[in-house]
Design a protein around this ligand. Structure first.
Ligand code: NAD
Length: 380
């Protein structure tokens, strides 16, 4: 009875807030700023490349028809700083991350909403956004299959020694012994999945077919039924680190996971193990990883996430041994771009019409970090 009363009060408050938003925003010309990656020549002939600046997530007509101003930037520094004080809504993307620091948030006095075109809003200072009453939302689930497929690709490419073999072919060489000496089957190996949320679980279902020993660590344990369906066994972090032949990281970047794979953890991994990270570059310590590969403690590392992004030409991960690093693109396949572009439009439609943003998309709302993926790390 008490809970129902509280829920009703909450609903009433939310609907008042929606009415208020409607009155404030419905009849105002809003300035919406999007910072997206440059599409260059590729964008010209490819309207499906929705995530680039030129195609602006397909939003231009929709926003301008409704009387709003859309400014699209590729410059994440001075141009962004120039526009921020007059911006009402900011659209960012993990694939070309504008780092929205506390200082930037304090300079953005009109800012009410920050949207992430994709999944992962760690490039935004979430505590600072909460303190300023800014809503932050991302398009939850939009690219999770895209990333899970890439994780499987990276695992196979590493353990089958694919990249050196392909390179030999390009170089005109034919040394089978050199390649086969470092090529393995995936079958029978122990794979550790860290973070079994939307991506991690999809990684498990895809890997299950390879007849492996699948361990997982998550900050809360899955139900017995989930564990059975996914074919995974819960294992404390230290044990998973020490037992796995291959580890895949699928957690958000939070104050807790920032630098989680430090020198100690990397060197506790099995000698000759592989690490795949499509979550965020900052979860792994940059120099400790280079050392672990150079000393031959790890046999290989792959993924698509770096810090910072884009990776500078002298980023040490570009030149470390036995890596399979690529640009940050696993979650921005053409299919994923369509899904997150649709999601951004849906958020804007709701916001501009004074309606609540889909609860699943909310990261920061009403002065709090509300997303279960992040909130535990922002308590207190
Ligand atoms: P999710 O919230 O569904 O799952 C994350 C899981 O990690 C949750 O189960 C959560 O409980 C767990 N977790 C959080 N902190 C943890 C910790 N300290 N230790 C163990 N487990 C922890 O999110 P998702 O959709 O699976 O995405 C995960 C992350 O992947 C995103 O936050 C983003 O950083 C990254 N991502 C990358 C790409 C890409 O293109 N490379 C695309 C999408 C997402």
């Amino acid at each position: 009875m008490g809970k129902r009363f509280v829920d009703c009060e909450h609903m009433h408050f939310n609907s008042l807030r929606e009415d208020l938003n409607y009155i404030i925003y419905k009849h105002r010309r809003l300035k919406i700023v999007a910072i997206l990656y440059p599409g260059g020549k590729t964008a010209k002939n490819n309207p499906d490349l929705l995530g680039c600046a030129e195609n602006a997530l397909g939003l231009r007509d929709f926003l301008e028809r409704n009387g709003h101003e859309l400014v699209v930037l590729t410059d994440k520094e001075s141009e962004l700083d120039r526009h921020l004080p007059s911006t009402d809504v900011l659209i960012t993307t993990p694939f070309w991350p504008a780092y929205i620091t506390k200082e930037r948030i304090s300079n953005a006095s009109k800012l009410r909403l920050i949207l992430t075109a994709g999944v992962g809003s760690d490039h935004i200072d979430l505590a600072a956004a909460a303190a300023k009453g800014i809503t932050v939302a991302e398009i939850t689930g939009s690219n999770v299959v895209s990333v899970a497929e890439q994780v499987v690709m990276h695992i196979l490419a590493l353990i089958r020694n694919y990249i050196p073999a392909y390179k030999q072919v390009l170089d005109g060489r034919w040394d089978i012994a050199e390649i086969a000496a470092k090529a393995h089957d995936l079958e029978g190996k122990t794979v550790g999945v860290i973070g079994t949320g939307r991506i991690g679980q999809r990684v498990c279902t895809r890997l299950k077919a390879f007849d492996i020993n699948l361990l997982y660590y998550n900050n809360f344990r899955l139900s017995t039924v989930e564990e059975f369906v996914l074919g995974v066994r819960y294992t404390p972090l230290e044990e998973l680190i020490e037992k796995s032949d291959i580890i895949t990281i699928n957690t958000p970047l939070t104050p807790e996971t920032d630098g989680m794979f430090n020198r100690d953890l990397l060197f506790r991994m099995k000698k000759g193990a592989y690490l795949v990270n499509t979550a965020r570059g900052k979860i792994v310590n940059t120099n400790a990883l280079v050392e672990a590969l150079e000393k031959g403690h790890l046999a290989g590392y792959a993924g698509d996430v770096w810090y910072p992004e884009p990776a500078p030409v002298d980023h040490p991960w570009r030149h470390m041994p036995n890596h399979g690093m690529v640009h940050h693109y696993s979650g921005t396949t053409l299919e994923a771009q369509k899904r997150y572009a649709d999601g951004i439009k849906n958020c804007l439609l709701n916001f501009l019409n004074g309606r609540a943003i889909d609860r699943d998309y909310l990261i920061v709302d009403d002065g709090k970090v509300v997303s279960p993926s992040y909130s535990y790390a922002f308590k207190g």
